[in-house]
Design a protein. Structure first.
Length: 177
């Protein structure tokens, strides 16, 4: 009986372990990798003048708790770039991520995704890839984010202070065009 209980505990432990790679694990692993450019920041660093926003815009922005930015520039090598692109695609193709917008061209790829449900979005993810530049991952985490909040935040593109993130200016500007 004792070995049956031990076996049951071992089996439940194995089943509880999730073997799928997670975006959080990926970000933590890559932020210490010198080949990547990474930053974690608050939304108020990206908005040049938070006080000038309307009350609705401010409320939408304040629902974003943390922003993670990760980039791998093309000069790190095509093999490394393609390997990381494949790893991110595997993570972002998991069922927890729902697609908002997809763009695939000959030399570019862009995806906006979210996790959670439409009434309470937990995170918003942008993944961009450009053959000439490299790849960019932007993850915004928050609570009680609704689709209308996402729309409002994307409309604030002209108010983003991209210079606040050293090394990302060109890559982010090109990916937002």
């Amino acid at each position: 009986m004792k070995s049956f209980i031990i076996g049951l505990v071992a089996l439940s432990t194995l089943l509880a372990c999730d073997s799928n790679p997670s975006l959080q694990k990926y970000l933590v692993e890559k932020e210490s990798n010198p080949e990547f450019i990474s930053a974690s920041l608050s939304m108020d660093l990206l908005i040049q003048n938070l006080d000038s926003l309307s009350l609705e815009e401010k409320e939408s922005v304040q629902k974003i708790e943390k922003i993670n930015v990760l980039a791998l520039l093309k000069d790190k090598g095509e093999f490394t770039l393609e390997e990381e692109r494949t790893a991110l695609r595997t993570i972002l193709n998991q069922t927890e991520y729902k697609s908002l917008i997809n763009f695939n061209g000959a030399d570019r790829e862009a995806k906006f995704l979210y996790s959670g449900n439409e009434g309470d979005i937990q995170e918003i993810v942008f993944f961009g890839y450009d053959v000439k530049m490299g790849m960019l991952l932007l993850r915004m985490r928050g609570s009680n984010i609704e689709p209308n909040d996402i729309f409002k935040i994307t409309q604030m593109g002209d108010q983003l202070n991209l210079g606040a993130i050293s090394g990302f200016e060109g890559l982010m500007e090109d990916s937002m065009q």
